[in-house]
Write a protein of this length. Structure first.
Length: 298
């Protein structure tokens, strides 16, 4: 039996339904259902049964919930004891995030992080692909989509805005583009590896099937090409606002917003060093909220 599945049973008991348990645990209801089915299969008895307005415990379920509460209390006590054994946050933590997030959102705050936790050794890994947290390829991940893995704990960090950008030189030569006539302009798009992103999907719709003058998997390459007057592209406002020679050519309301999520494996989320890293990332995204939302245009 996976003792972790008892958390799901306890959450259903306290919330009264699969949906309430899912909200409490920050997973979807299907995940809760699968974990409960696995638990019942492991113990060989039914633990829950349907009732008006939700679910209720069987006799065996009542016994299991009492055991789960005891285990949870014991684990919480042990966790506090271990956390208090060393009040200094120390050790190594690997944080993975897309390159633009690492360089433009996280890295500028490193001096403050270092001053706050001098014994914490941080590794910022700019990832071009999703790293597997279950295999400890990283301890904490910042992703630009909601994590789908059942094995991870996820928390929404916030949203960030996108906009259309081009150079002042391009606008002088070709005029300020109309969003309903972008097929008449040179567009700079994302390659096949980023075809699923809102940026690329918006560009394809707005361009009405017109071929791209350039495609790349690098936002930095697209930014530089746009700055040099090669064409127009969609970029995060936190990356492009303030870049010399670039101008924002759309409202942020004209394009979809993207989400940023934090992911961590449940086995690590309460370790002091990891907890400290999580708190730092959350605080940075709160601090950078206005810039992420594009409220400070160039």
């Amino acid at each position: 039996m996976d003792w972790n599945d008892l958390r799901y049973l306890l959450a259903v008991h306290e919330g009264g339904s699969l949906a309430a348990a899912a909200r409490r645990l920050r997973v979807d209801a299907a995940t809760v259902g699968r974990r409960l089915t696995a638990l019942e299969r492991a113990v060989g008895v039914r633990l829950l049964e349907k009732a008006p307005g939700g679910m209720r415990l069987t006799v065996a379920g009542e016994q299991a919930v009492q055991a789960a509460k005891h285990i949870d209390e014991t684990a919480t006590t042990l966790e506090r004891q271990l956390a208090g054994a060393d009040v200094q946050v120390s050790g190594s933590v690997r944080i993975t995030a897309p390159e633009t997030v690492v360089s433009h959102i996280l890295a500028p705050h490193l001096p403050a992080w270092r001053e706050r936790y001098p014994a914490l050794r941080l590794e910022l890994r700019a990832a071009t692909q999703v790293l597997n947290l279950s295999r400890r390829e990283a301890d904490v991940a910042v992703r630009l989509f909601r994590p789908q893995e059942d094995t991870l704990m996820a928390r929404k960090l916030g949203e960030f805005s996108l906009a259309l950008y081009g150079s002042r030189t391009y606008v002088r030569r070709h005029g300020r583009p109309r969003l309903d006539a972008l097929h008449e302009h040179a567009l700079l798009g994302y390659d096949e590896s980023l075809a699923h992103t809102p940026e690329q999907q918006w560009l394809e719709r707005a361009g009405n099937g017109a071929p791209f003058a350039l495609r790349s998997n690098s936002r930095y390459a697209l930014l530089e090409a746009a700055r040099q007057g090669v064409g127009l592209t969609v970029l995060p406002c936190y990356l492009a606002d303030g870049v010399s020679g670039l101008v924002r050519l759309s409202r942020v309301e004209d394009l979809p917003r993207r989400e940023a999520w934090l992911a961590v494996h449940p086995d690590l989320q309460h370790a002091p060093r990891v907890r400290a890293a999580i708190d730092l990332v959350v605080e940075v995204f709160q601090h950078e909220g206005a810039r992420l939302r594009g409220e400070r245009p160039s």
